[in-house]
Design a binder for this molecule. Structure first.
Ligand code: ZN
Ligand code: ZN
Length: 174
């Protein structure tokens, strides 16, 4: 897709406010319809509104996408909806024990270094049905660190352990 002549977001979407996002996500969750969300940073590859933070809610069963725009990182709504999506322990400090692949450890080290240096970075956990996911039915972790090419990792199953580590760095919990 041509980034210079199209929105970076390869989806049509409706613009709502934060209350609209929360209501739609909790309703989808309650009725067990598939949904997920992304926080798109101001320089995100997929941003439909560069310069703003975009909270993108994809209602993949309902085939709708909603966006809310923010001047600042939408941390509160992100933390509110994350446990509904990835479980109540999504941000828990889990004991070490499960070893990750070398590729995952290398990616985490890159992210940790960026976070320590104060370099902007963010990530996308792309569900198999995600409209941003160009893999063939895989779970895709897509990490954008300013000044670097995006890093992509694909998984057959939800990479909960890796995601937990990434989210904890993202929210400054380490
Ligand atoms: Zn991004
Ligand atoms: Zn998605």
């Amino acid at each position: 897709m041509c980034q210079s002549c199209h929105s970076g977001l390869p989806l049509s979407f409706e613009v709502v406010d934060e209350a609209g996002i929360v209501a739609a996500a909790t309703a989808a969750h309650a009725s067990q319809q598939a949904w997920h969300f992304h926080v798109l940073a101001p320089r995100c590859t997929f941003s439909p509104k560069p310069g703003a933070y975009t909270f993108l809610l994809e209602l993949t069963d309902a085939k709708r996408a909603l966006c809310a725009f923010y001047d600042d990182k939408p941390t509160a709504v992100n933390k509110q909806l994350l446990p509904l999506l990835h479980g109540t322990d999504a941000l828990a400090d889990k004991p070490a024990g499960v070893s990750l692949s070398d590729e995952d450890e290398a990616l985490l080290a890159l992210i940790e270094a960026a976070a320590k240096e104060g370099t902007s970075w963010h990530h996308h956990m792309m569900f198999p049905a995600c409209g941003l996911n160009s893999s063939d039915g895989k779970w895709r972790l897509f990490v954008e660190i300013d000044g670097n090419e995006p890093v992509t990792r694909d998984y057959a199953d939800e990479p909960s352990r890796v995601l937990n580590r990434v989210e904890r760095i993202y929210f400054g919990l380490n």
